[in-house]
Design a binder for this molecule. Sequence first.
Ligand SMILES: Nc1ncnc2c1ncn2[C@@H]1O[C@H](COP(=O)(O)OP(=O)(O)OP(=O)(O)O)[C@@H](O)[C@H]1O
Ligand SMILES: [Mg+2]
Length: 376
Amino acid sequence: MRLLKIRAENFRNYTSLEFKPHPFLNIITGENAQGKTNLLEAIFFNFNTYSYRANSLKDIIKWQEKNTKVLAIIKEKEQQYKQSVAINQVGKKKVLIDGVENKKKIPGHSGVILFTPDDLNLIKNTPLLRRKFLDQEVGFFHPEYISYLQEYNRLLVHRNHLLRNIKINKKNSILETLVVWDEQLVNSGIKVLLTRLKILKKLVPLAVKWHRIITKNVENLEIRYLSSLKVPVPLDEKQLKIRFHQLIKEKRLEEIQRCQTMVGPHRDDLFFLINGKNAKFFGSQGQQKTIVLSLKLALVSLYTEQYHSEPILLLDDVLFELDQHRQKMLFSQIEKGMQTFITTNHFDHQLLFNANYDLYVVEKGKINISPVEYRV
Ligand SMILES: Nc1ncnc2c1ncn2[C@@H]1O[C@H](COP(=O)(O)OP(=O)(O)OP(=O)(O)O)[C@@H](O)[C@H]1O
Ligand SMILES: [Mg+2]
């Protein structure tokens, strides 16, 4: 996939943005607060029709203005189309593809893989974020998963409600109803778990491979799925169901006491280990960043394999905190072909082996291409 051109009006600090990117590598430099991240956000917004960093979609409209529009010309597998996404002052969205209104376009990542500095929270923060990441990616690569998860979440709400009811009313008859809900919860929960494991089985070896490349085999990444069923996965479906039922029975009193379902994929987590040590507690900033980057590159590989087309890679402030070796290894890989946009405050020209890239300087919401003589 290639972004051939992007045009935006009143998007964040850009009054009028017009940008024809390089087909492979685009390096976007500039001082703080000039509009580098805003440019990546505009690209992301056009592809996904939502923003990954706005509380409300209206936030992306330039202050004092009433609406914004981002138009992109995209080439995918020899086909070219024009996509326009507009937001008005009440936050209403309008998507046009080749001039025809498209109401079905579902927000989700459609061909863009993004790294932002906030992604480090994936390692540092609570399990909730790791499950969110997993749910989003599994849902993308395995669309049925979205309905599995919705069903599971619906069952959880009902079951927790029932647990509260049992605690308050102390009626045995409600306990019988709970058994029926248990059965549904187990069946639905196992579907969620098995689909997650199916995607992880592909994603993890790819992330490990990318991690080895970037660290030049110095560090070894392990990614483990920690199931609240406390079983070494993979187990087969039947064994997993038996285990789930068994744990639910064991936790019955505790669950009623807390009015909460204590086991199931909504309590699972992912663990990242570097050379056998948990990266959340022992990893340096650069090591944590390398893990997230490897995961994102693994998503690129998975996307390419599934859709036979390379996604667009947006890397916001990825170089900061990575040492020269890691930066070089990263560039040596992304030079290989997919269209990439990297923002950075400082760019060292010696990081690149060939001159197949464009360098831009962003200043006060204007993008200027850097003269060729700056290059190696
Ligand atoms: N809706 C908006 N209207 C106008 N300006 C905005 C809006 N939202 C954000 N800005 C401004 O855009 C400017 C540029 O932001 P951006 O995040 O793109 O900076 P950056 O170049 O990535 O800087 P850094 O190197 O610090 O990451 C900021 O000063 C911010 O205040
Ligand atoms: Mg920025």
